[in-house]
Design a protein around this ligand. Structure first.
Ligand code: C5P
Ligand code: ZN
Length: 470
């Protein structure tokens, strides 16, 4: 039995041992964390094990202070990297951690089952998500839980583990399980958001990483390009979506988009263009044809919205299968989410973006305009906005009580070219006594407000070095 299965098995056995005791699941408040909680919660339901589910942003010291250890606590998609904080309260208590973040060294205790990808030599940044780790425990609990692979896959996409255009490592095993169960279909396709849920011209209009001249942000341009390519906009009286196109139509469209992107992309990024617009996509076979949940990545975005607005329970119940009350509430929340994005972008348009001290990155300060949990979403949207430079990293921040909450995003092209902002922000934040981390194209940090200029300068310096080395 592999080390992975051995530890997953120990976690499963611990869960069985606590069958009639008090069990609590505590998960990360993001898309992957919601998916991870759904996987474990369904597995517990199926065993008839009662439990509570709670979500937290991070296990900061003061957050841990407010937690009360249950007889068994299962942490999913968090715990490993804040083990020191956790051990203050949970040392001596029965705990399972199923996580893929870099672990804190030391601070373990005998009653802890620490199921962390990195500790088994697995790349937790890329090859497995928190939901994936939870899935391996669920699969050890019962073979019946193999159908939870599709939710684990949603979690991996929520953590952008497909940034190279395909999944790697253990994520491919999870995808295979989901495909084998008939729950997921994998295809190679254009990477347009809304393949199943939006009219093609709308999906094209919204595509902006990298921006497509005459297409991104231009509904009229999309319509005229499709006409030129002889791709009908409608079939009968229904708008055609990307999934309605024939292979020949998709090929024609992909070639045209690539040719247009080449017009504006900086030469050093040009070779990465094809990979940024074509790649693996996953559809969930059981979902309604034009639902927001049909495409696995879109499903992840829905879960992300619920977490951003501190309503992760909506995402949890939808991921667990609800298509009634919680689902409708989630759709309402997504409409609100889109309005908030529009307002945030208007604000950026009115104030403009500032340049970093070394004139590489661009940033905005939305203090007093948006909630700090929303700055990440707004930063993502601002990257593709016409007033920003799409080929430079972008930083958004909100200040409160002397602390700056920072989000950073960059084009997938820069990542393919060698930029890893997650590593850069961690180092830059540490340099000024703060905390930071995340993915190569989407990361964040929290630092003392007074160190902002120093942080920005350090962040730029590290990124410029990364690019110089490639
Ligand atoms: O908040 P935001 O959406 O910008 O976060 C993007 C990513 O960066 C998330 O995966 C988050 O967990 C990570 N992050 C982090 N440390 C921070 C802030 C964010 O690892 N202090
Ligand atoms: Zn995760």
């Amino acid at each position: 039995m592999s080390l992975l299965r051995r530890i997953a098995n120990r976690a499963a056995q611990t869960i069985r041992d606590f069958r009639n005791r008090e069990v609590e699941v505590i998960s990360h408040m993001d898309a992957d964390g919601v998916a991870a909680a759904a996987v474990i919660s369904l597995a517990l339901d199926r065993e008839g094990i009662e439990h509570r589910v709670k979500f937290v942003r991070m296990l900061y010291r003061e957050v841990v202070e407010d937690l009360e250890p249950a007889e068994l606590t299962i942490f999913t998609d968090l715990g490993s990297s804040q083990l020191e904080n956790l051990s203050r309260k949970y040392s001596g208590h029965h705990v399972i951690i199923a996580d893929h973040h870099l672990p804190d060294a030391g601070f373990e205790w005998p009653e802890l089952v620490h199921f962390n990808a990195h500790r088994m030599g697995i790349d937790g940044m890329q090859d497995i998500s928190g939901a994936g780790m939870a899935y391996f425990i669920a699969r050890e609990l019962s073979g019946k839980n193999k159908d939870l692979a599709s939710i684990a896959l949603v979690g991996a996409l929520g953590d952008v583990q497909n940034a190279w255009g395909s999944l790697t490592g253990l994520n491919t095993e999870i995808a295979s399980d989901a495909i084998e169960m008939g729950l997921v279909k994998k295809e190679h396709d254009l990477l347009l958001y809304g393949r199943h849920s939006r009219p093609l011209f709308k999906a094209l209009e919204n595509f902006n990483d990298p921006p497509i001249p005459g297409v991104s942000g231009s509904p009229a341009g999309c319509v005229s390009m499709l006409k030129q390519l002889d791709i009908p906009l409608k079939s009968g009286d229904r708008w055609r979506r990307l999934v309605d196109l024939s292979l020949a139509e998709k090929q024609k469209l992909a070639s045209e988009l690539i040719a247009r992107i080449f017009l504006t992309v900086p030469p050093e990024l040009a070779s990465y263009v094809p990979r940024s617009i074509m790649g693996e996509v996953y559809s969930l076979t059981q979902e309604e044809d034009n639902s927001l949940l049909k495409d696995a990545e879109e499903f992840a975005t829905c879960l992300n919205s619920t977490a951003r607005h501190e309503q992760p329970v909506l995402g949890l119940e939808v991921a667990k299968g609800d298509r009634g009350v919680y689902y409708r509430a989630m759709l309402r929340l997504i409409r609100y989410h889109r309005r908030q994005i529009a307002q945030g972008l208007e604000f950026i348009e009115s104030t403009g973006l500032s340049e970093g001290p070394r004139k590489y990155l661009q940033y905005f300060d939305a203090t007093g305009v948006i909630k700090e949990t929303f700055v990440g979403t707004l930063t993502s949207m601002a990257l593709g906005y016409q007033y920003s430079n799409p080929f430079r990293p972008i930083v958004g921040l909100v200040r409160s009580d002397g602390v700056a909450k920072i989000s950073a995003r960059c084009s997938k092209l820069l990542f393919l070219r060698g930029l890893n902002m997650g590593l850069a922000i961690r180092e830059a934040a540490k340099k000024v006594g703060g905390e930071g981390g995340g993915h190569a194209v989407a990361c964040g940090a929290q630092i003392e407000e007074k160190f902002l200029p120093e942080f920005l300068s350090k962040f730029e310096e590290i990124m410029l070095n990364q690019l110089a080395q490639h």
